[in-house]
Ligand binder design. Sequence first.
Ligand code: PLP
Length: 446
Amino acid sequence: MIAPPAIDSEPVRSLRQGRPLLWTRPAGADTNEASPFTLEDVRQARARFDRFAPLLTVLFPELHETAGAIESALLPVDGMRAALRLPESQGRLWIKADHDLPVAGSIKARGGVHEVLEFAEALALREGLIQAGDNYRVLAGPQARASFSRHQVAVGSTGNLGLAIGVIASALGFRTSVHMSADAKEWKKARLRARGVTVVEHAGDYEKAVAAGRARVQADPNGYFVDDERSSSLFLGYAAAALHLRDQLRDAAIAVDAAHPLFVYLPCGVGGAPGGIAFGLKEVLGPHVHCFFAEPTQSPCFLVRMMAGSGQLPGAGATPSVYDVGLSNRTEADGLAVPRASELAAGVMATRLDGVYTVADDVLFTDLARLHDSEGLRIEPSAAAGFSGPARLCATPAGQAYLASRGLAQAMRGATHLVWTTGGRFVPPEEFDRFLSRGRSSPADT
Ligand SMILES: *Cc1c(COP(=O)(O)O)cnc(C)c1O
C-alpha cells in the first residue's frame, strides 16, 4: 500500500524530527462549529468567582487588594519587543501576566481554583451550609470546614495543577492528595507538603499520574477527582479570563477589529488552559482574535492531535500521542510535558484554533532571560513558549502564508501580539538563577 502523500509532507517531517515548526489550520473550515459550551457558561464561571471573592479574601490575605479577584495585569513590553527584534511595522507586543497570578503562581489558578470552588459550592448547598444569595464567607467557619474535611479532593499533575488544586482545596479544609508525575519539580512538592497536602510521587509521565490518581479516588465514596483530561469545569474556569481581558483591552485603548487584529500566543500542555482561553476570547471578542498554541518540540501533543484531525497524520480514532510519532516527551518545560491532548479541548478547538508552533527548549531559556533582562519579569520555562510566536507568524513562510490567506498582511502595523506568560511567581530564586544562566550562556535563535 502506498502511504498518502500528505503524511510525508515537510511539516510532518519537521514534527517527527523534533524541528521547530508552525502549523496553521487549513483555511476553509472557518466556521466555529457547535461546542459543548456557550458564552453563558463562561459568564457563569466568572459569576462563580465573584460569589467566592469575599471568602477568598478571608482565606488568602494576598487577595485583599483585589477584593478577592484572582487576576493578572496586561502589560506592554516594548523592551522585550526590541530584544526579540520584532519590527514596529509588525505591531505591538504585550503580555498577559498570568506568571504572577496570586494563590497558585500560574495559569492553573484559573481552571484549578474554579473547579474546586464549583465542587465546594455544590457540596455546601447540598449540605445546607449556604443558601443561594448568602455571603460565602461563612464557608471559612468551623461547621463548613468540618463538613469539607470529610471529603477528599485529588488530582494528577506535572506540578502546577497540583499546586493550584492543593492550595485552594487545603485552604477550604478538604483532605487533599496530589499525584505527581516524574517531571514535577521538587520545590512544588515541598510547597504542597508544607500545607498538609498528601503528595504521591509516580515514576511515570503525566498520563500515568492522572490514571493512578483517578483509580485511587474512585475507591473513595467521598472522593472528588479533578480530571485534567476531561474536565468542563477547568475549561470554563480558564475561559472566564476572556471577560476580564476584554475590560483590560478597553481600558488600554486596544482595539480588536479588521484593522487591528489581535494575535494571542498560549503555551499548551494537555490543551485545557489554552483551549478554554481561546474559546472564551473568540466568543467574547469575535473573529479578529487569532489564537496560536505553543508546545515544546518533544511534547507537541496538541499539534499531533490537530494534524491527525486534519488528515495530515494517521491516527483518526484513538488520540495519537507524541510517542507515536517518535518523540520523547522530554522537556524542561514541565508545565507542558504532556504526551496526549485532551479530547475535550481538541474537540472544541478543531474548528477554532488558528495554529500551533513548536519551540526548542534552548529557546525557552533564551527568551526567559531576555524577558528578565529587558523587563525585569520572572517566568518559568514553560511560560516562555509564547515569545517565539510573533516572529513565527511575521517572518516565516508558513506564518506569512497564514497572514496572506486571512487578508492580514496589510493590517500588521495595527496588530497587537499578546503573549500569555503562564507561570513563575513561586519559582525559588536559586532555581530561577539556574534558568537565567542557562538562557544567557548560549542564546538560541527564536
Ligand atoms: C498547565 C500549564 C500550561 C498549559 O495548560 P494545559 O491545560 O495543560 O494545556 C501552560 N503553562 C504552564 C506554566 C502550565 O502550568
